[in-house]
Design a protein around this ligand. Structure first.
Ligand SMILES: Nc1ncnc2c1ncn2[C@@H]1O[C@H](COP(=O)(O)OP(=O)(O)OP(=O)(O)O)[C@@H](O)[C@H]1O
Ligand SMILES: [Mg+2]
Length: 165
């Protein structure tokens, strides 16, 4: 008798971006599918386009949004259809996450987290992971992956509808 193993991992979704504006556009399309409680783990090297992606999210919720990197503030909030919390964990020590109150913020809105590799497991588990790779000065590859929960739902929404333009 065969014992069911773990579900096969969902196939990643890849998108190419050839400009900062194209990266923002990809984010704007994803924004349509977002709900309070969603976590986006933005992963990739310095200058890969994580903040530009969040700019697209914030503008989708509020076209007047002016997005600044939360490198020192650690969390910036943008108002809109749903509150958007832009988090940057670059400077955070693994043990120092608690004071940020990410669980409470997540109850109120969407978490978009730069350096999401540092998220604790309970937030990372249902996240949509978006990996950014630098191909050339203006070209980036975005790889979307998820293992569970809302992350998987968002991955499938992207597979169906989010296209590079
Ligand atoms: N296709 C592209 N998508 C996004 N950014 C691009 C693209 N092509 C060039 N760029 C440039 O790359 C830089 C990306 O900067 P951004 O601040 O978004 O990176 P980041 O991943 O947030 O870096 P950090 O880890 O330092 O916060 C910007 O200067 C942007 O103009
Ligand atoms: Mg950034």
């Amino acid at each position: 008798m065969s014992v069911p193993g773990p579900a096969a991992p969902a196939t990643p979704v890849r998108r190419e971006s050839d400009s900062p504006e194209a990266t923002e556009k990809l984010a704007e399309r994803l924004a349509e599918a977002l709900e309070a409680g969603d976590v986006l783990s933005l992963e990739g090297p310095l200058g890969a386009g994580k903040t530009r992606f969040v700019t697209g999210l914030a503008r989708a919720f509020d076209p007047r949004a002016h997005v600044r990197s939360p490198t020192f503030t650690l969390v910036n909030e943008y108002a809109g259809r749903i509150p958007l919390f832009h988090v940057d964990l670059y400077r955070i020590e693994p043990g120092a996450l608690e004071p940020l109150g990410l669980d409470e913020l997540r109850e109120r809105g969407v978490l978009a987290v730069e350096w999401g590799e540092k998220l604790p497991a309970h937030l990372a588990d249902g996240a949509l992971r978006i990996g950014f790779e630098i191909r050339s000065a203006d070209s980036r590859t975005l790889t979307l992956q998820a293992d569970a929960g809302r992350g998987l739902a968002l991955l499938e929404a992207c597979r169906a509808g989010v296209r590079a333009s």
